[in-house]
Design a binder for this molecule. Structure first.
Ligand code: MN
Length: 233
């Protein structure tokens, strides 16, 4: 096949224990999937269920890297999240079969331009500019479910400059991983390469250039990123 421009690069993540990489197709994110976080965002999780938004494939970036402070924001926030990597196609998948689609798991940070997100909410406009910017989805190496199974509980945490900011347990997810997979696959076809950021617990907050972020999910892995200076001046 000839293309009129160079073929864009296939984004991918490392997989622990192998040189082979996981190619990234789509990035689904669950909003307001922990009760305490939904409440800190000013919503009532008993009245509004979680929901899905997306980030671009190339927003995913491996951890252990420096991410430039993004443009057009004065309120960049961290959100630590369990990430699910889809390895099999699925349409209308029942919860009872959902975990059979999972290739493995990782630890991600849903970086958010909170001020742009809030302005979008206030204006009844899409969240896109607040959520789907360059390098907004750092993620750890993935670990296969063959190796660790399917974690349903375990501490999820994040620190900024060694101060713990988020500290919860993935058992507190409002929609469990099988429920999220069932929900997405009822509306879209899940394909191998899809990632699902499953939502963040309470304690989100701002980041500044030179901050060092560490986070993890017990039994899955850890991630570390630093925030650099803006590339946009
Ligand atoms: Mn999030």
């Amino acid at each position: 096949m000839n293309y009129v421009i160079n073929l864009p690069t296939q984004n991918s993540l490392p997989v622990r224990g192998t040189e082979a990489r996981f190619p990234v197709r789509r990035v689904y994110c669950v909003g307001r999937n922990y009760e305490a976080h939904a409440r800190e965002m000013g919503t009532d999780p008993t009245r509004e269920p979680p929901f899905i938004f997306q980030k671009p494939t190339d927003a995913v970036i491996s951890g252990a890297t420096s991410i430039p402070y993004p443009p057009q924001t004065r309120n960049l926030h961290y959100e630590i999240e369990l990430v699910v990597a889809i390895g099999r196609r699925g349409v209308n998948v029942p919860e009872s079969e959902a975990l059979s689609l999972v290739y493995g798991y990782g630890v991600g940070i849903d970086l958010t331009r909170r001020d742009l997100q809030q302005a979008a909410k206030d204006g009844g406009k899409p969240w896109e500019w607040g959520k789907a910017f360059d390098k907004s989805a750092p993620c750890s190496a993935l670990v296969p479910a063959d190796v660790i199974g399917h974690p349903a509980s375990g501490r999820i945490w994040l620190s900024v400059n060694d101060v713990i900011k988020q500290d919860a347990d993935i058992s507190q997810l409002i929609w469990s991983v099988p429920e999220v997979i069932a929900f997405i696959s009822a509306s879209m076809v899940l394909e191998p390469g899809d990632l699902v950021f499953t939502g963040t617990p309470a304690g989100v907050g701002p980041l500044l250039p030179a901050d060092r972020i560490q986070g993890g999910v017990d039994g899955v892995g850890t991630i570390e990123v630093c925030i650099g200076d803006s590339e946009h001046g």
